[in-house]
Design a binder for this molecule. Structure first.
Ligand SMILES: NC(=O)c1ccc[n+]([C@@H]2O[C@H](COP(=O)([O-])OP(=O)(O)OC[C@H]3O[C@@H](n4cnc5c(N)ncnc54)[C@H](OP(=O)(O)O)[C@@H]3O)[C@@H](O)[C@H]2O)c1
Length: 348
């Protein structure tokens, strides 16, 4: 057992009662907290910092944590979950998501990859296991957006279904309660819904006021797939390699800033509050107590006014931040080719 110091779990007097945090109901009837803590520290925070934030966030009332093997910190977050449960939180009251990385789509790799995440996280089951990207394209963590893998492949539905069958087996084996997708598009989800024996419960997708993805959002909701919104604040401190000159900044938008002033909160909090009220599940990241606490508190306070919701609906800039360039599979493509913008899967 590691002797890593993850801090001590204790119910914080200024925290939010987890029973007061809204929940969403999935098609299985399971309830998932309507906000989770992101655990991807980019290049800025160590796994140890993030594991401490997980314990701190649970102490103030978070019960939902968004993990992934590619974040490289599940072995450090595992002891944090052990500490939280040692402190009295039941496993059934936690929601833990993990994700299958792109180099593990092979039929023989899915089971062992999930088992490794479970071992690292020190859990007997995951609430949700996602296919992180629909492409089996590996790239090394932290690489430049211009780097390409010579083995990169397009989306091939037949291959994706082979991966999905293995995901379904994880449910049958009791290792995971729900399976889902991430970074999908409407045409890819339509094919999956046609062919899945066990339907995806959630799709994790980029969503913030300047990138609302209304069509995909509506499709998912209408299909019984709960959207989980990543980069809910517009990932203001993401690495420079993930920024382009045309990217816009949600937390500087006058509509967001005006509402933040009315509520006397940071504009980031308005983004989180809007997300919960709209219906996606935001998973904001922060290791700072004041930030993750205010992100949680806003989910249990008076809702935004209808005019404010309408004003935020009007500031969508279609500004995708996580463009996925490294997953392109042939020369001469642009990142738009990954996202099936004309409603058809981009041909190989
Ligand atoms: N499925 C996928 O492909 C995928 C892709 C990307 C991300 N994700 C998940 O989504 C999570 C969140 O994404 P993200 O970290 O890129 O973006 P984000 O949550 O939009 O932005 C996080 C940053 O916002 C700032 N922030 C957070 N709360 C704040 C507050 N109350 N006041 C002021 N600033 C605040 C923090 O900056 P400072 O640290 O400077 O304070 C933090 O680093 C990740 O951790 C990961 O779990 C999934």
């Amino acid at each position: 057992m590691a002797t890593q110091n993850v801090g001590t779990f204790s119910v914080a007097a200024d925290g939010v009662d987890p029973n007061k945090v809204p929940k969403k109901t999935l098609y299985t009837g399971a309830k998932i907290p309507a906000i989770g803590l992101g655990t991807f520290g980019s290049d800025r925070f160590s796994g140890e910092d993030i594991a401490k934030a997980v314990v701190g966030a649970a102490s103030v009332g978070y019960r939902h944590f968004d993990c992934a093997s590619v974040y490289g910190n599940e072995h450090l977050i595992g002891p944090a979950f052990t500490e939280i449960m040692r402190g009295g939180v039941r496993r059934d009251d936690l929601w833990v998501t993990s994700k299958l990385w792109n180099d593990k789509h092979g039929e023989k790799d899915v089971g062992p990859s999930c088992e490794k995440s479970l071992k690292d996280l020190r859990l007997e089951y995951l609430n949700l296991y996602l296919v992180h990207w629909p492409f089996p394209n590996f790239h090394s963590p932290g690489c430049d957006v211009s780097s390409r893998s010579p083995d990169a492949k397009p989306y091939i539905h037949e291959n994706f279904m082979k991966t999905w069958r293995q995901m379904e087996k994880l449910v049958e084996r009791g290792l995971v309660r729900h399976i889902g997708t991430s970074n999908m598009t409407v045409p890819k989800l339509k094919l999956l819904l046609r062919d899945a024996r066990i339907r995806p419960a959630c799709n994790e997708m980029e969503q913030h006021p300047h990138f609302q993805q209304p069509e995909l959002f509506k499709f998912a909701m209408a299909s019984g797939i709960q959207p989980i919104g990543f980069c809910p604040i517009g990932s203001p401190t993401r690495p420079d390699r993930d920024k382009t000159q045309t990217d816009t900044v949600d937390i500087q938008d006058p509509v967001i800033v005006t509402i933040a002033k009315r509520l006397n909160v940071h504009p980031a909090v308005v983004c989180v509050k809007w997300a919960v009220q709209r219906g996606q599940i935001p998973i904001p990241f922060s290791v700072f107590r004041n930030e993750y606490l205010s992100n949680l508190q806003c989910t249990a306070s008076a809702p935004l006014a209808a005019e404010e919701m309408k004003a935020i609906a009007g500031i969508d800039r279609n500004c995708r931040l996580i463009k996925g360039q490294v997953f392109l599979w042939k020369d001469g493509q642009t990142w738009e080719d990954l996202w099936d913008l004309d409603g058809r899967i981009t041909p190989p």
